[in-house]
Design a protein around this ligand. Structure first.
Ligand code: AMP
Ligand code: MG
Length: 335
């Protein structure tokens, strides 16, 4: 008799696992028929459905336990397809698309009427992205429809960067899992509101602020007063607690002076002082390479989360490049 493990607020049943593989044709047919497919992208694994079919999109919210006020990103294969979903596509958007698509950048623009309200949580804007992962691209191509997809994890929990992560968390609730190996970037896309100038950064992610500003000049950051939980309309997904392991996680600036409980884990960029104080350590990059750190970040949090620790301590990353997105995820995981 197989044991049932708890996943979020429900029970995960490993006997109900979905089919897993690289059968793009099968996955595409499921999407067209209104089913739900988890698939690899370069950022994290997505939980995809036919974006123009509200019933299919409703299943994504249901499977994830995602609140309906949190809109989904719509994935398409090129700028032309993105333009079909948007009412305007200003010059700035054009320049960003030329520079960063396909890739981990999501643009928020006024939507056309045909995009279902459920996808955009009733907002007049839609978030669009062109992924670069070859399997994601084949899936979109063969489905022949835009694919709405949030990350393939129960709402609020750690994002999946391998097919196994998805299987463990949602394997019994989806119709197919398109396994494209571990995600290259390992962090969610950067979300940028580009309806007005200057563009506003809604979520730091896989494309750095520095790279964006090189292409379009200064970018506005959301004021902290605009992104608290009382202003869900500004960037609905930016709830303060998110991306969180079950073990409490605390950020510490200085490892030499902080108190370390008996069963503490450590998540850190490079090798720490006095490592013997920790029951488990995840070093993300011995060469302090933020790309490498991002690619292993969520897997490292998951690994620490399985070790029955009292607390996970995490040191902040340098506040530049991908370090901004990593710090953002740490802060939310720590709430
Ligand atoms: P996820 O699918 O979990 O990667 O999250 C997508 C995030 O993109 C949402 O949680 C929002 O923060 C943001 N987003 C998506 N659509 C919009 C929109 N129309 N306006 C503002 N932010 C959006
Ligand atoms: Mg997510």
């Amino acid at each position: 008799m197989l044991a049932l493990r708890r996943v979020g607020s429900r029970r995960y049943d490993p006997r109900m696992n979905c089919p897993v593989g690289q059968d793009v044709k099968r996955a595409a047919a499921i999407i067209r028929d209104g089913g739900v497919v988890a698939f690899a992208t370069e950022t994290v694994y997505g939980l995809g459905a036919h974006a123009m079919n509200p019933q299919a999109v409703a299943r994504v919210f249901e499977v994830k336990g995602r609140p309906r006020f949190d809109p989904l990103i719509v994935h398409v294969n090129d700028t032309e397809a993105a333009k079909r979903l948007t009412a305007t596509f200003p010059k700035t958007a054009e320049r960003l698309a030329d520079a960063f698509w396909p890739g981990p950048l999501t643009l928020v623009l006024p939507k056309v009427e045909e995009v279902p309200d459920l996808v955009t949580a009733g907002l007049s804007t839609v978030a669009v992205r062109v992924p670069i992962h070859p399997l994601a691209r084949q899936l979109i191509e063969q489905a022949g429809v835009p694919i709405a997809a949030p990350s393939a994890n129960p709402f609020g929990q750690v994002s999946p960067t391998t097919a196994k992560h998805v299987q463990q968390q949602l394997g019994d609730r989806i119709d197919y899992l398109l396994d494209g190996g571990p995600c290259d970037v390992g962090l969610e896309s950067t979300v940028l509101h580009v309806a007005e100038d200057p563009p506003t950064l809604l979520r730091p992610g896989g494309v750095t602020l520095e790279d964006l500003e090189r292409v379009v000049g200064p970018i506005r950051s959301l004021e902290s007063t605009e992104i608290d939980d009382n202003h869900p309309q500004t960037s609905p997904g930016m709830l303060s607690r998110h991306y969180a392991p079950r073990t409490p996680l605390r950020m510490v600036e200085d490892l030499t002076t902080c108190d370390v409980p008996r069963k503490a884990g450590l998540l850190t960029l490079n090798h720490p002082p006095a490592p013997e104080r920790f029951a488990a350590i995840e070093v993300l990059s011995r060469t302090r390479d933020l790309r490498e750190a991002a690619a292993t970040f969520y897997a490292a949090i998951r690994s620490l989360d399985t070790q029955k620790l009292e607390l996970i301590l995490a040191t902040p990353f340098p506040d530049k490049g991908l370090g901004r997105a990593l710090n953002d995820r740490l802060r939310r995981a720590a709430k």
